[in-house]
Design a protein around this ligand. Structure first.
Ligand code: ATP
Length: 229
């Protein structure tokens, strides 16, 4: 049984349809890249998984539970950890307060997050607003981990960061995969890094799944057709 599976899921913003029968699967321990050009439906797919937008038709299962039948407050506790686009930490809270506010019991605690991102330990008492963009991104990932998710969802986690900071974020994601076997659904524009870390890829085009398969099978022909600028 897949950890997460969407089968023919559609979604609307008012009268405007944004997803057309999207299907995707994330197995336990797998890293899946959700790809597509700007505006193709990646964030909308994530919002639908998290029940921030209702799924209109299709099947949406997480760890054997039908997400469409669960009230959203229950869905939130199933173990979906989101690192949202734009980070969105609480600016006036300290780093430690941001982390503990999210905490739920499990493997991840302040100590483990500090091992993954030592800079957060150094900045523990500072406000989130005083952090650099890269440090805020690490805090956003740390916060999602503090919820002890079974699936981590990263929406453009390296966007707008300096190359050296992006490398740090990718290294942390690689560590998560290698050492904890956490399942990860990742949206990102860096094809090169995704090729190194993702097991599977799903490509969206105008709200439809146009390709899915092993990352290694994603040929230049497909990337040119669906991801090229
Ligand atoms: P990006 O990389 O730019 O974030 P994306 O693949 O995540 O792109 P979505 O944000 O999911 O794309 O957008 C998919 C479609 O839904 C687009 O046509 C977009 O204009 C539309 N859309 C997104 N958010 C809304 C909204 N709140 N209301 C109406 N339409 C929206």
């Amino acid at each position: 049984m897949s950890l997460l599976s969407l089968t023919n899921v559609s979604a609307f913003y008012g009268a405007s349809q944004a997803l057309f029968k999207v299907s995707l699967r994330v197995e336990q321990g797998a890293v899946v890249a959700l790809m597509g050009r700007n505006g193709m439906g990646k964030t909308t797919t994530i919002k639908t998984i998290l029940r921030m937008l209702p799924a209109a038709g299709g099947e949406l299962m997480f760890d054997g539970e039908d997400l469409r039948r669960l009230p959203s407050h229950k869905a939130a506790r199933l173990g979906l950890g989101l690192v949202p686009e734009g980070r969105r930490c609480f600016p006036n809270l300290s780093v430690e307060e941001n982390l503990t506010a999210a905490a739920r019991p499990g493997h991840w605690d302040l100590k483990r997050v500090a091992q993954l991102f030592p800079v957060l330990e150094e900045r523990r008492a500072q406000s989130a607003a005083s952090l650099s963009g890269g440090e805020q991104q690490m805090l956003a990932i740390g916060r999602a981990l503090m919820t002890n998710p079974r699936l981590l969802i990263l929406d453009e986690a390296t966007e707008g960061l300096a190359p050296i900071v992006r490398q740090e974020i990718w290294a942390a994601i690689a560590t998560l995969k290698r050492e904890t076997g956490l399942a990860i659904l990742v949206v990102d524009k860096s094809l090169r890094e995704l090729r190194q870390i993702a097991d599977e890829a799903v490509v969206l085009q105008r709200g439809e799944t146009v390709w899915h398969g092993a990352m290694g099978a994603l040929t230049p022909d497909i990337t040119d057709r669906y991801l090229g600028v």
